[in-house]
Design a protein around this ligand. Structure first.
Ligand SMILES: NC(=O)c1ccc[n+]([C@@H]2O[C@H](COP(=O)([O-])OP(=O)(O)OC[C@H]3O[C@@H](n4cnc5c(N)ncnc54)[C@H](OP(=O)(O)O)[C@@H]3O)[C@@H](O)[C@H]2O)c1
Length: 281
């Protein structure tokens, strides 16, 4: 079963399916990552905020795979948007992972209510990491259209990706459309809405009919719509189940029915990026 690659606007490419490690305890992270790599995942999505970058590095090294075969993303935590803080935080991220580079480094949240709303300077600092080769690609997360427009007006680099909350209950249509028009790949976080969409009658009816699980149907819906996804699980059978989505296809009518589940803003499970101003202590 092979995972397609998505071409990014900077010439690199990213496996369309990865493994997310948000809310995996630091001590459980290495075995979960090693298991995911055994199953076949080659893309891991972590963040300084998750506190488990070290476990990600350990899990990768325990797998015996070459670093070059893997795609690793991490993210700048909210307390470190000022340039010198960002530089130190990026050094720490590489140190925790135990790698000389990450494939992708993201600004985790735009935080328009903090730092005088100046995520532009933060973005220019990430440009340095790309220029010195320690971040092969750079991107953003939770950026709204107006935030992307500011980067376009005030900087030279279009983000390679924008990682946003996106699942059948929150299509995040405007942001995704902006991404698409401007060559930014969209990554969908909480792709199964943390499990909330799995009992939806539309999803379960399709799953029963095509002989797949609800999670596989929703993940397949993302893949066919071109989203990059990295479902999280600590359950070995689910880690495998979430990977086995490349040997079937959904009919266009079923894709449309799942797309029709959108609840707009009411479907959001996480914070609204315009208002989110949390800095971990
Ligand atoms: N950039 C951001 O701000 C941001 C925010 C949130 C998430 N993310 C990224 O996106 C990744 C995924 O999002 P997420 O962790 O929030 O949510 P998710 O992947 O949509 O859902 C994870 C939840 O679903 C359960 N689950 C997984 N596979 C399942 C299956 N096949 N059947 C039934 N239940 C299943 C997991 O349970 P078990 O673990 O108990 O199996 C867990 O409770 C994160 O790990 C992180 O990398 C980024």
């Amino acid at each position: 079963m092979s995972v397609p690659n998505i071409e990014l606007n900077d010439g690199h490419s990213i496996p369309q399916l990865g493994f997310g490690v948000f809310q995996i305890d630091p001590g459980d992270t290495a075995p979960a990552v090693t298991h995911a790599l055994e199953v076949g995942y080659r893309h891991i999505d972590t963040a300084e905020m998750y506190g488990n970058e070290r476990g990600v590095g350990e899990g990768i090294r325990a797998s015996g795979l070459d670093r070059g075969e893997l795609y690793v993303t991490s993210k700048l935590n909210n307390g470190f948007h000022r340039p010198d803080d960002a530089r130190r935080a990026f050094d720490r991220t590489l140190n925790e992972l135990g790698f000389e580079y990450v494939d992708l480094f993201l600004i985790h949240w735009p935080l328009p209510m903090l730092y005088e709303g100046d995520f532009v300077t933060t973005w220019k600092t990430l440009e340095e990491f790309r220029q010195d080769g320690r971040a092969r690609s750079i991107g953003v997360s939770n950026f709204q259209v107006e935030h992307l427009e500011r980067l376009a007006a005030e900087t030279d680099t279009v983000p390679a990706v924008n990682q946003i909350e996106l699942h059948p209950y929150l299509l995040n249509h405007e942001v995704r459309a902006y991404d698409e028009e401007h060559g930014i790949a969209t990554e969908a976080w909480s792709p199964i809405a943390k499990g909330q969409v799995l009992d939806d009658p539309v999803v379960t009816e399709i799953a029963d009919r095509v002989g797949r699980t609800a999670a596989q149907v929703v993940l397949r819906w993302h893949i066919q719509r071109g989203n990059i996804v990295f479902p999280k699980s600590v359950t070995p059978e689910r880690i495998r189940e979430n990977f086995e989505i490349f040997d079937f296809e959904l009919e266009p009518a079923d894709i449309e029915r799942i797309t029709g589940l959108d609840r707009g803003e009411a479907g959001r499970t996480g914070p609204n990026p315009d208002k989110f101003a949390y800095v971990p202590s």
